[in-house]
Write a protein that binds this ligand. Structure first.
Ligand code: AMP
Length: 210
């Protein structure tokens, strides 16, 4: 099965992609995670992407399309995959079509902007292992310290309130038109994000059979 998860930053795409990935035994492909890794390792792609990522802007299409194309050519993608954070522009969706990738379903996870601002502002991520916490909803046992590896938990640069506003703006202007793009192909289903992650997961898995 080849799936796309669509939704504003902070809507919970990553978490739901993980659940589906485990349930259906297909790899989760997150361009955001791949780019963060590239920035951390100082690769050529990473150097190109760093400034845009930190300001909340999108990385140029040709960079992400290149990364995605290489990734889905790998062996573990033979039986399908779930795309988390790609495509984010109409040209990226067209590039997928041009690669001959037949998408089965696109799931939009809808969460209102105010809720997203609250979620991302409180998110803390471990610098060491990447584990994710929330100051209000999922605090680490000791403030600022990761439960899993004792690394330091920090606010991601792009989760700063002004950057979140920019990311939401980019989502509404540039990514949201993809809903129409896939709806017109009869592939879009919308799931309303719930307070409890497990409830959203149940709805998301149900949506895949619709
Ligand atoms: P994410 O973790 O998915 O929110 O991605 C973090 C950042 O990586 C985004 O704000 C963009 O700067 C960049 N990024 C990730 N995926 C894409 C994409 N498909 N197109 C352009 N930029 C992307």
């Amino acid at each position: 099965m080849k799936l796309i998860l669509l939704g504003a930053p902070g809507a919970g795409k990553g978490t739901q992609a993980e659940v589906i990935s485990e349930k259906l035994n297909i790899p989760q492909i997150s361009t955001g995670n791949m780019l963060r890794e590239a920035v951390k390792n100082g690769t050529e792609y990473g150097l190109k992407a760093k400034a845009q990522m930190e300001s909340g802007a999108l990385v140029p299409d040709e960079v992400v399309i290149g990364i995605l194309k290489e990734r889905i050519a790998e062996d573990d993608c033979k039986n399908g995959f779930i795309l988390d954070g790609f495509p984010r522009t109409v040209p990226q969706a067209e590039a997928l079509d041009a690669m001959g990738v037949e998408i089965d379903k696109v799931v939009e996870i809808f969460v209102p902007d105010e809720k997203i601002q609250q979620r991302l502002g409180g998110r803390r991520v471990c610098e060491g292992c990447g584990a994710s916490y929330h100051t209000e909803f999922k605090p680490s046992k000791v403030d600022g310290v990761c439960d899993k590896c004792s690394g330091k938990t920090v606010l991601r640069k792009d989760d700063a309130p002004e950057t979140v506003l920019e990311r939401l703006k980019v989502y509404h202007t540039t990514t949201a038109p993809l809903k129409e793009y896939y709806d017109s192909k009869g592939k879009l289903v919308t799931v309303v994000g719930q307070e409890e992650v497990a409830d959203t997961s149940r709805l998301t898995l149900e949506a895949l059979t619709k």
